[in-house]
Design a binder for this molecule. Structure first.
Ligand code: NAD
Length: 505
């Protein structure tokens, strides 16, 4: 019996109603390698353009993106099930901010950096930034436009070419990303897109790229890191999260309610920065939690491609639905109480009711594994120290949130939490603050994107050290060696690092 031939196309169906939205051909290995080769051949000329010209292209892309927002919002509702409001915010506003920041600041950020030398004052040093070459951007399905768009903006403005591998669940919107960049003046070979499943991503990493920017699950991130390790190429890994929200006893409850509602349920909870553990101080638990449950019950679920009056869309696919269902069932079996929701919705689409779980304990998978669904498990906490300890218990460390009226207390608690970012009295929004770093600690990733450092990381940081006294023929420590110089070196070290001079520094 011969094996089924592998499908040659990705057919995208709406997660809300199952209708076919479109399809793209799966790239063969040869096509992936050819795309990388084209990108490599074209990159040098792109990098040779003045940085101001590349920044101008980003600003042109911004203008085109603004004009195309309605199209993107409609497509993300159909391909991804995103409510239109979120399509605008996540897939429009966040990329517009990135384009604006790097379109206006890249020249400053990538200027050579002098390094003042401490000791050898007859020499000088500086770092200059050279694009790495071809950057692979491997993206997930939850922010398909934003992540491909932002990664491309940073890589391109730094002078790299990019090859994007979108998720197999959301390939259509990435075509649009490429279209805009090319229309704005990026050579088509400098922004290639290849389509397929995980094996296409692996082939891309194996095709001689110079850097990988990966966003996705922890499990895949480890495989990507191993492949990059074998090839000794840098990678930035943006992986999963299990964000705790700490509602302290002095929190502004109204703000915390709005924030936890949005932070827990936006994008149907399919955000790496979603609130996945709600830790409520016992003093405010009885007033806070019933009000949260009432508001969750009022969220309107539906097909966002049919109406803008939708707060929450479907999960992306059957697998995601099953993961959420399994985690909720496990929690209930171990004693959690379902305050609202708790089950999938009959009918077409992968809808799961917005859910709040109470009486949650640390034995339950729902507080230990990434859920990526519209479920907020609530834990009643005796005090601040216990809340911090619970926040830090997770193997993930992407985002965390602290709610308090006391600004100083908020910052003090925030500083004790081991996460890439902690927001005080806000949720998720730092993803759209292009000037701030976005990245996770522990198993949530390696390195970070956005921010000045993130842009510099798209480049090789090359150090040049040069002489200020060109007439000097010889350094003290060069050949030939002899007794006299050994003695002098020894005395010099005593002077520099011994009690003598060090008394004064
Ligand atoms: P995933 O790991 O399944 O897939 C991500 C991408 O990697 C897809 O394009 C996939 O085809 C590709 N891929 C799969 N196997 C590969 C391999 N062996 N080599 C190379 N590429 C491979 O993740 P997903 O389900 O698409 O996305 C959800 C996950 O992404 C969640 O864990 C979420 O927290 C995370 N995420 C993180 C951030 C962040 O900024 N930290 C942002 C969005 C999503």
């Amino acid at each position: 019996m011969s094996a089924e031939p592998a499908p040659s196309r990705l057919v995208v169906r709406s997660p809300a109603n199952g209708e076919v939205v479109g399809e793209v051909p799966i790239s063969t290995s040869d096509e992936v390698r050819a795309a990388v080769a084209r990108a490599r051949a074209a990159q040098g000329a792109w990098a040779a353009r003045p940085i101001r010209e590349r920044m101008g292209v980003l600003l042109k892309v911004r203008e085109l993106l603004l004009g195309d927002l309605d199209k993107i919002v409609a497509l993300s509702a159909r391909e991804n099930g995103k409510p239109r409001h979120e399509g605008l915010l996540h897939e429009g506003f966040a990329p517009l901010e990135l384009l604006t920041y790097f379109g206006t600041e890249a020249e400053r950020i990538l200027e050579p950096q002098p390094i003042p030398l401490r000791l050898l004052k007859h020499r000088a040093s500086y770092i200059h930034y050279v694009p790495r070459g071809v950057v692979a951007i491997i993206a997930p399905w939850n922010f398909p436009h934003h992540l491909a768009f932002g990664g491309a903006a940073m890589a391109l403005v730094a002078g790299n070419a990019v090859v994007i591998k979108p998720s197999e669940f959301t390939p259509l919107i990435t075509q649009h990303v490429r279209e805009l960049y090319v229309k704005a003046g990026v050579p088509p070979e400098c922004i290639e897109v290849v389509y397929g499943h995980g094996d296409t991503g692996a082939t891309l990493i194996d095709s001689g790229v110079d850097m990988v920017e990966f966003t996705g699950s922890v499990a895949t991130g480890k495989k990507v890191a191993a492949m990059c390790g074998e090839r000794l190429i840098p990678c930035v890994l943006e992986l999963g999260g299990k964000a705790p929200a700490l509602v302290l006893d002095d929190a502004d409850q109204e703000r915390a309610l709005h924030a936890t509602l949005w932070g827990g349920f936006a994008n149907a909870g399919q955000v790496c920065a979603s609130i996945e553990r709600l830790l409520v101080h016992q003093k405010v638990y009885d007033s806070f939690v019933p009000r949260l449950v009432e508001r969750v019950k009022a969220l309107r679920m539906g097909d966002a491609s049919a109406s803008a009056e939708v707060d929450i869309g479907p999960l992306v696919n059957q697998r995601q639905l099953e993961i959420v269902e399994r985690l909720v069932d496990d929690a209930v079996r171990k004693g959690a109480t379902v305050a609202c929701g708790g089950k999938r919705v009959d009918g077409p689409g992968y809808f799961f009711e917005p859910t709040v779980l109470l009486d949650v304990t640390t034995e339950m998978d729902i507080v230990n594994r990434e859920t990526f669904g519209p479920v907020v498990p609530v834990m009643k906490m005796p005090g601040e120290a216990e809340m911090v300890a619970e926040a830090n218990r997770s193997h993930l460390g992407l985002l965390a949130y602290v709610f308090t009226r006391d600004g100083e207390r908020g910052r003090r608690v925030a500083e004790q939490i081991r996460c890439g970012t902690v927001m005080v009295n806000d949720v998720i929004a730092s993803a759209a603050m292009a000037e701030t770093p976005w990245g996770g600690l522990k198993q949530s990733g390696l390195g970070h994107t956005h921010s000045d450092d993130g842009l510099r990381h798209m480049c090789e940081a090359r150090h040049v050290n040069y002489d200020l006294l060109p007439w000097l023929k010889k350094e003290l420590w060069w050949y030939p060696y002899n007794e006299k110089d050994v003695g002098m070196l020894r005395r010099m070290m005593n002077l520099l690092y011994g009690r003598g001079l060090n008394r004064f520094r």
